[in-house]
Design a binder for this molecule. Structure first.
Ligand SMILES: C[S@@+](CC[C@H](N)C(=O)[O-])C[C@H]1O[C@@H](n2cnc3c(N)ncnc32)[C@H](O)[C@@H]1O
Length: 272
């Protein structure tokens, strides 16, 4: 049984390393993951386990991987992909169009973006996609590009046929022509220096992560994304997420019936 004191220590470690806040009602979830991890490591004392988390980076990484929720699938929140297609046709940022998907989890989001851009731009050389996630196991899956029925259930059948090879019963592998357009990196959205090392992007998808953050971490993440976007670039957030009105860095814009956030310029920022 995880005492409140140990739970507080564990959620403090999680928050410091990811920005994710675990509420009291998630104690059971954390407890199960910790138990599983301790069994794997052959450790029976929580005190020793926490000491390891604080002193051994590999153990900490594995713990973070266990508590992250990697739920995702192809063509999730399709209206954003429609809005992206529209913006890519109407904006003129030049080529290649650069898109960041953070967090990208097991790859369904960046590959969905790649499929849309293949359809719209008709030339794989005209775009580059970067996928980032904190969880190395999710990234391994993404790099393999092999998916089951659940992942592809919302993907239109014609694209499944066009952009995947069926490699088994209910198993599909993304074709190299799409795969080659997506690069994956392990990283933390709160790590400003890491993010800056990725260059600048015209479009950023940051979906279904900020809902787990508190205000402080959310503001830090939004500031970091602002730094890696070109002026006038567009930020896509999940349906339950929004930029607080206090943020003068982005302005909401309606595209294809959905709200996306346009990065304002440094001069516009000064006017706020
Ligand atoms: C629910 S998935 C979202 C995937 C995709 N964006 C979507 O909407 O379908 C959340 C992902 O956030 C990742 N994550 C958690 N904290 C992170 C952080 N601080 N930096 C980068 N990725 C993080 C997790 O590993 C997990 O894969």
């Amino acid at each position: 049984m995880l005492t409140q004191l140990y739970f507080d220590t564990l959620r403090d470690i999680i928050y410091k390393n990811t920005g994710i806040v675990f509420e009291d009602k998630k104690k059971y979830f954390v407890e199960n993951r910790v138990r599983e991890h301790m069994e794997e490591l052959g450790i029976s004392s929580l005190k020793d386990y926490i000491f390891l988390l604080k002193t051994n980076k590999a153990v900490l990484k594995e713990f973070i991987s266990k508590i992250t929720v990697n739920e995702t699938y192809f063509y999730r929140e399709y209206y954003h992909l429609k809005a992206l297609a529209k913006l890519v046709q109407q904006e003129n940022f030049g080529f290649p169009v650069k898109v960041l998907s953070i967090p990208c989890s097991t790859g369904e989001e960046p590959y969905s973006i790649a499929i849309v851009l293949m359809e719209v731009l008709e030339n794989p050389q005209k775009f580059e996609i970067t996928g980032v996630d904190i969880d190395p196991h999710a990234l391994e899956h993404a790099k393999k590009g092999i998916y089951g029925k659940r992942s592809v259930s919302k993907l239109p059948r014609e694209y499944l046929k066009k952009y995947f090879d069926q490699i088994g019963p209910e198993k599909w592998k993304i074709k190299d022509i799409v795969k080659r357009r997506v690069r994956f990196y392990e990283g933390n959205i709160l790590d400003r220096f890491f993010l800056r090392s990725l260059g600048k992007f015209h479009y950023v998808f940051c979906k279904n992560l900020l809902i787990y953050f508190d205000d402080k971490a959310r503001i830090q993440a939004i500031n970091n994304l602002y730094d890696v976007m070109v002026e006038g670039g567009y930020l896509f957030l999940g349906h339950a997420e929004s930029i607080s009105r206090a943020s003068g860095l982005f302005e909401p814009v309606k595209v294809e019936g959905t709200i996306v956030y346009r990065r304002i310029s440094e001069e516009e920022e000064d006017e706020w």
